[in-house]
Design a protein around this ligand. Structure first.
Ligand SMILES: N[C@@H](CCC(=O)N[C@@H](CS)C(=O)NCC(=O)O)C(=O)O
Length: 277
């Protein structure tokens, strides 16, 4: 699990420079992958671009869009939504515009992939998390709270999540139907990963559109997959599906090795996953 030395240098440079941006999430622990794909998406985007950041515990109440993550920019402004944050940093010249050099077709595929993961897979996984693994979710999110508070927060969040899933549509399906849709999505993603994997001859990360550089979909995809694999107790079905596709596991391992080597001593050490054969 080795990354290219140029990529590793970017991460080290990023870690040594003075952080100009704070990411707020609900994660109690840092240096491990978040359950939120959006947190890891943003972290990878910043690490790839060499923009230093720090992680802090935030709250939905303080978040500009009442969603996690949100950031504090260099000028002190709070900002929500990972896509808007990335666009802002591109406009300010702090991040490279990775759309440059892509054909209209490649941009369209990138857009479809991003929205598929953020607006489809996200809800399928939330269904598995809240309908199928409520106690694991409650303990993961609220395990640090005193007895009683944990239970109340758990029930309130469960009700909120079920309502969200019902109105979004995924909540109208039964578990077998959701599992079918999940399988469809994972197979589609693995199809992209297999094609991209074939194009690289080194152990450096490969990117989902098979290009030399990542596209925006890579940050979302890695954020989702890494979070699913590391937090397997909250969505075991999804995790098992991903692990059954060597191309997806390889995709994660390579990016992990190149950009998140500082995470490797923790339980998320991907090399130790037993089912990666
Ligand atoms: N489009 C947003 C999505 C963020 C998001 O959905 N965050 C979830 C946690 S993974 C959240 O805060 N959900 C709470 C809610 O919907 O109220 C982004 O890119 O930042």
């Amino acid at each position: 699990m080795t990354g290219g030395s140029e990529l590793e240098t970017t991460v080290v440079k990023s870690a040594k420079a003075k952080p100009s941006l704070i990411i707020y999430s609900l994660d109690q622990e840092h240096a491990t992958y978040s359950m939120s794909m959006f947190v890891t998406k943003l972290q990878l985007r910043l690490r790839h671009g060499g923009v230093p950041y720090e992680n802090f515990l935030g709250s939905r109440d303080s978040a500009p869009k009442k969603k996690i993550p949100y950031v504090k920019l260099e000028n002190g402004e709070l900002m929500g939504d990972t896509a808007l944050i990335v666009n802002r940093l591109i406009k300010e010249g702090k991040l490279e515009n990775l759309d440059n050099g892509l054909s209209p077709e490649q941009r369209a595929i990138d857009y479809c992939l991003r929205t598929m993961i953020e607006d489809r897979v996200y809800y399928l996984v939330n269904y598995e998390r809240w309908y199928g693994n409520y106690y694991a979710m409650r303990d993961k999110l609220f395990g640090h709270l005193p007895f009683g508070a944990k239970h109340i927060m758990g029930i309130l969040t469960l009700q909120f999540s079920k309502m969200m899933l019902y109105f979004q549509g995924t909540g109208r399906h039964n578990p077998a139907e959701v599992q079918h849709f999940t399988e469809e999505a994972v197979v589609a993603l693995a199809g992209f990963a297999e094609a991209a994997q074939k194009k690289v001859g080194t152990s450096a990360p490969f990117w989902i559109l098979g290009q030399e550089k990542p596209t925006e979909a890579d940050f979302t995809l890695f954020g989702a997959l890494a979070g699913y694999l590391v937090n397997d107790e909250v969505q075991p079905v999804m995790t098992t599906m991903i692990r059954s596709h060597p191309s997806l596991v390889d995709y994660i391992e390579r990016i992990h090795g190149a950009y998140f080597a500082d995470y490797s001593h923790l339980p998320c050490n991907i090399a130790s996953w037993p089912s990666h054969t």
